[in-house]
Design a protein around this ligand. Structure first.
Ligand SMILES: CC(C)(COP(=O)(O)OP(=O)(O)OC[C@H]1O[C@@H](n2cnc3c(N)ncnc32)[C@H](O)[C@@H]1OP(=O)(O)O)[C@@H](O)C(=O)NCCC(=O)NCCS
Length: 227
């Protein structure tokens, strides 16, 4: 586990159980309305999707491996909602809402082709950054990179050796690249079509979904040189 700390005026800690409902509301307001794939499908306009996402995020946060950043006033500045992935375990049935299914089909195809556990064939578990979100008022100040580094320290403390993040935003991809993550597979949105039609048309500058992985032993995400 990581202990609470102050970094660049942000208070950093593991998401406590009693704050889960608040974080779920935050994610619905600032992650699923802004994450490029959800945004271009207007995902949060679908009540079924919202119900599913609330349950999904609650279960993820209950794993006790997510990292929260708050500002001086205690306001949520960002959260890295993380889960532990286990080899050969398929998690959820996404056939719940057409928009969720559309996103899940695309993301799972990109993940399958990335062959993560074949690439890191000596591990059976990895820390997965499921939802990385920074509040609009704190973006582009290095907070996603702080949350990534704290997630890495948490993963190490749990004895994990590998992390994975699926980057549908150019900004998470940039953070991953900055820290030396490997892009294991990438599909450009213009190339993903069904019946000849492009399925996702996110806003610029987001052009592709990249599946990134990294071995975290002996790696340090050097924040000083990257913020
Ligand atoms: C994606 C997100 C988490 C990034 O958080 P952030 O704290 O702003 O990111 P950082 O400040 O740590 O920056 C990460 C990288 O993106 C770049 N970046 C971030 N915002 C940028 C912007 N508006 N314009 C240009 N570059 C930007 C940074 O320069 C940095 O790259 P660098 O290290 O090469 O300089 C945030 O934009 C967000 O919450 N978006 C909505 C939800 C989402 O899309 N999540 C990711 C889904 S995969």
């Amino acid at each position: 586990m990581i202990s609470p700390k102050e970094i660049n005026n942000f208070h950093i800690k593991i998401v406590p159980c009693n704050e889960i409902p608040k974080i779920v509301d935050y994610l619905l307001k600032f992650y699923f309305t802004d994450e490029p794939l959800s945004k271009c499908l207007n995902l949060t306009k679908s009540p079924e999707a919202v119900k599913f996402l609330k349950e999904f995020c609650t279960e993820a946060l209950k794993e006790n491996v997510s990292v929260l950043a708050t500002d001086k006033t205690g306001k949520i500045a960002g959260v890295s909602c993380n889960v532990i992935l286990r080899k050969n375990i398929k998690h959820f049935n996404f056939n719940i809402d057409p928009k969720i299914e559309k996103i899940a089909t695309f993301v799972l195809k990109t993940i399958d082709e990335a062959k993560v556990f074949e690439k890191y064939d000596d591990v059976n578990e990895a820390l997965y950054i499921a939802f990385m979100s920074v509040h609009p008022g704190f973006r582009n100040q290095g907070l996603a990179k702080i949350l990534l580094e704290q997630s890495r320290l948490l993963a190490l403390s749990l004895g994990l050796k590998v992390m994975r993040m699926d980057c549908c935003s150019l900004y998470t991809a940039k953070a991953a690249q900055r820290f030396g993550w490997e892009c294991l597979n990438e599909i450009k949105y213009v190339d993903y079509t069904i019946d000849g039609k492009q399925v996702f048309k996110p806003e610029e500058p987001h052009k592709e979904l990249g599946i990134y992985g990294i071995r975290i032993e002996n790696t340090s995400f050097n924040l000083k040189s990257s913020i």
